[in-house]
Design a protein around this ligand. Sequence first.
Ligand code: CO
Length: 200
Amino acid sequence: MKTLKYLFDRNLAWAASIKEKDPEFFSRLSKQQAPEYLWIGCSDSRVPANQIVNLQPGEVFVHRNIANVVVHTDLNCLSVIQFAVEVLKVKHIIICGHYGCGGIKAALEDHEHGLIDNWLRHVKDVIRFNAEKFKGLKHDEKLNLLCELNVKEQVTNICNTTIVQNAWKQGRELSVHGWVYNIENGILKDLDTCITSRDG
Ligand code: CO
């Protein structure tokens, strides 16, 4: 017996609706993917990369983890970045955080959550690096600020990877962007941290 049958039903309906509009869609896509964008975002179910920027399958390469963190020793994330930059030759890397992020909230508070507290140490580091900026703010303001500062920190981390550094040394066209998504209204905000070369 097929479990989650309703999801398979939905899948058939979805594939049929795409083929109705574009009969060659899947056969074309099966031959190659050529996305221009690498999206690194939060695993939160409310922040799905393709839908937010209204892109079709094949148009964005995606990596997601809790609180959209890029850690220098995370082979998973680094492998995604390497493949995207060196093989797919994406032109843009977007790091997208979101307001109302549970990971950011957990990092700002002092409760224990188990294993994930170790992952969220990276976000706690962002608080430590920017301690002055949090002084005198209300809790909600701190949450929103941390969402933004975390994105900026991860933009820096991406730029510092050997992968991105080497792409720039080779004169490749590659931009790193920092964005925050608002789950309350569906709108993206550009943090104006776009970096396009080793000079910033
Ligand atoms: Co989140």
